[in-house]
Ligand binder design. Structure first.
Ligand code: FAD
Ligand code: SF4
Ligand code: SF4
Length: 479
């Protein structure tokens, strides 16, 4: 092993190449090229096979990363895929969109001094190769079981539960108010981070494995939670968080000020070939416009980079803290800078100006003060520092909160936290309603795909334990 691994001392870190910037700006294709086979194996061989692998500890799925890196270094890709996919429902997706700098790679021990192993890029490579070679198979239970589960939401949390229970022979029904499967992976995250074919092929695979999808079905409107509870042995709520945070300043009601998710969904639908009247009319299309995006998270980065690709004449990101304090991934900020986005740090909007439609964002410069109790530096306005940014389209990317689920589902007994997220017993993942479980963003608040997968997989285990225990208790009582 020693010869083949531990190569970080002589081999530098190399991420897959990025496409050239002009090409990136002109289409929605993913920006990273695939590793060549030799490069993937060489990069995997940089791993020092730590006895206590901090990469695994900081991966939300606690994957056996050193094992599949070693198999990749040895060219044993099919086995690498088997080990990797045993712990991750969507390894090819996590390889693309996990913020690795904050998770596995950010905690790789050789990061200090030698730069981490490129874990995400290797994970993507292993599993793209698996897809190309037909190694990725539909869930195929050895034996059908009578138990059935109703899953509300076809995002990564719902799908991870669906896949795990179906593999064990359960009858699985997924209900979603959208017309496609994938949740934010299909309508939120843009193509240049995650090409939609990667999500669509998983959908086909799940259908081939016998998972039933009921699309265009809004639970609470088209079917009630009570009806689902009567139909299924257990219900899993994985509805995500969709209430966009807003900003109340003078001029907020002018035309041309839009929520980020409406804007990104229109762009994703257009890329999927759908008829999108709000895109065609120009209301949600940045072409030829001066665009200002408010916010500094990953959603804001997706908006600025989408606007560049739509042919905006100028794109500015306005954020009230500085670059070092941005919540968004630094990798994405760098990509946005390369693609021509202007960042105006330390500035907050205080009004929109215009006649009927927005013509400028008025902002005030801020400075960072002392840290508060949470350790985060407070921001304060600098008096007399107001300035205008010309703007034809303002996009609000200020974060998301949970919708009022007890009201939407007409289930007042469904307990929520003070943030509106669903309250669950953290050991069993059950809500206040017996047999109704929940996970993903609707429990955590806006989070990550990899955490949604973790919740989905854990919930499948909890649901199975609950239903089998209940069935055996009933059988004992009947004896
Ligand atoms: P969702 O993916 O939101 O899926 C919920 C599903 O439930 C949806 O399909 C919805 O239609 C359905 N639903 C809701 N209500 C009902 C109802 N009443 N009836 C029926 N169906 C319903 N994470 C990363 O890890 N990396 C990234 O790069 C990244 N980029 C992001 C970019 C954007 C713009 C956004 C908004 C988020 C991003 N995230 C990213 C976060 C990630 O997408 C979410 O954390 C993850 O998708 C949450 O999964 P989920 O299954 O809990 O919910
Ligand atoms: Fe890293 Fe995400 Fe893969 Fe875990 S799932 S190893 S955090 S890229
Ligand atoms: Fe390999 Fe880095 Fe993980 Fe150690 S922390 S096992 S070097 S990837």
């Amino acid at each position: 092993m020693a010869e083949r691994m531990l190569q970080f001392v002589r081999l530098s870190q190399a991420q897959p190449e990025k496409r050239d910037i002009a090409a990136r700006r002109s289409d929605f294709g993913e920006i990273y090229r695939e590793f060549a086979a030799e490069a993937a194996s060489a990069q995997a061989s940089r791993c020092s096979q730590c006895g206590v692998p901090f990469c695994s500890i900081h991966c939300p799925l606690n994957q056996n990363i050193p094992d599949w890196l070693k198999l990749t270094a040895e060219g044993r890709l099919e086995e690498a895929h088997e080990v990797n996919s045993a712990t991750n429902t969507f390894p090819e997706i996590c390889g693309r969109i996990c913020p690795q700098d904050r998770l596995c790679e950010g905690n790789c021990v050789i990061e200090k001094g030698f730069e981490s192993v490129t874990i995400g890029a290797v994970e993507k490579y292993i599993n793209d190769t698996a897809w190309e070679n037909g190694w990725v198979k539909p869930p195929s239970p050895r034996q059908e079981k009578p138990h059935s589960v109703g899953i509300i939401g076809a995002g990564p949390a719902g799908l991870a539960t669906a896949e795990r229970l179906r593999s064990r022979g359960w009858q699985v029904h997924v209900y979603d108010r959208y017309d496609r499967v994938g949740g934010l992976m299909i309508y939120g995250i843009p193509n240049f981070k995650l090409e939609k074919e990667v999500v669509l092929r998983r959908w086909k695979l799940f259908e081939a494995g016998g998972i039933h999808f009921h699309l265009n079905v809004a639970v609470g409107t088209d079917i009630t939670v009570d009806e689902l509870r009567a139909k299924h042995d257990a219900v899993f709520i994985a509805t995500g968080v969709y209430k966009a945070r807003d900003i109340e300043v003078p001029g907020s009601d002018l035309a041309g000020i839009v929520p980020a998710l409406d804007y990104l969904t229109a762009s994703n639908r257009d890329n999927l070939g759908d008829d999108v009247p709000t895109f065609a009319s120009g209301a949600l299309n940045a072409h030829g416009k001066r665009v200002v995006v408010l916010g500094g998270g990953d959603t804001a980065m997706d908006c600025v980079r989408t606007a560049i690709r739509q042919g905006a004449s100028a794109v500015t990101c306005l954020y009230r803290r500085d670059k070092a304090n941005m919540p968004g991934s630094m990798r994405e900020v760098k990509n946005a800078e390369e693609e021509g986005v202007e960042f105006t740090w330390l500035a907050a909007p205080d009004a929109f100006a215009g006649h009927g439609k927005v013509e400028a964002v008025r902002a005030t410069r801020m400075h960072l003060g002392l840290p508060d109790a949470t350790g985060r530096q407070q921001v304060a306005a600098i008096p007399g520092s107001e300035f205008n940014i010309p703007c034809d389209l303002a996009i609000k990317a200020l974060g998301f909160d949970a919708e009022d689920l007890p009201a939407m589902f007409n289930e007042p007994a469904l307990a929520v936290t003070r943030w509106g997220t669903l309250k669950v017993d953290h050991r069993t993942m059950m809500t206040a309603l017996p047999g109704v479980f929940a996970g993903g963003d609707i429990v955590r608040g806006a989070s990550l795909v990899v955490w949604a997968i973790r919740d989905g997989r854990d919930a499948a285990d909890q649901i199975e334990a609950y239903v089998t225990q209940k069935a055996s208790a009933l059988a004992t009582a009947a004896e």
